[in-house]
Design a protein around this ligand. Sequence first.
Ligand SMILES: [Zn+2]
Length: 151
Amino acid sequence: MTDVLELLLTTPALYMGLALLFGLLVGSFLNVVIYRLPIMMQRNWRKECLSFLQLPEEPETEPFNLMFPLSRCRDCGTPIKPYQNIPVISYVVLRGCCASCRSPIALRYPLVELITGLSFMLVASRLGATPQTLWALLLTGSLIALTFYRY
Ligand SMILES: [Zn+2]
């Protein structure tokens, strides 16, 4: 572990590249959070309201959380394959369209990934390889998610 940290401290390009890569991956996850969390909260509030009002519960639907169902096209419902889900690169390769039905994919997705990647790189360069950097990255990711929050 000390060797890895020392390598990161002595190789700035590697450190910055890893920060960018980590940020792109986190940005991809933030897209899921930004889209799904409001829906999850709304479903939960609805369930609580029905319970409070002593109304009959609605029938259970398929699980909907940050992990399930797997990502799919919003227009045709085709599951997105892992190689079609690479941050920014897949958007460019697919030319911003679904691989199956060619419907456009919102520019917001690669934008969130890119902003997160660049922000993580900036934060990491400012703070260096310290424990504080992890907390600053957590704050940065949270702020980006709140910025793009849709409801
Ligand atoms: Zn599609």
